[in-house]
Design a protein. Sequence first.
Length: 104
Amino acid sequence: MMTRAPQALCLALSLLLAAPAGAECYADYKAKRDAPLRLQYGVALLPPDACDKQSAARALRPRLAERGWTLLSVVSIFGADGLSQRQDSAGASGTSFDVLDLRR
């Protein structure tokens, strides 16, 4: 019976660590356009392999450039719970809220 405890613990830990890998991740970012200067705060749904700030920036730069924007910074990386908080905050301030889907 004692030998099953370490196996069960290993299984539980591996499942716990694997769960976030399949979850959606998002980045909030700041971008700009010149002439005239315009600033943007946005949220992007990231591909599974871009769930850190550096990878998110690499994914965001070309997609924003297609739209005439220059990435200034990736503010943070977060999950679905963070998305809900940002939507609520935008709605309360009367700001429109769109998510740029980078998975395609």
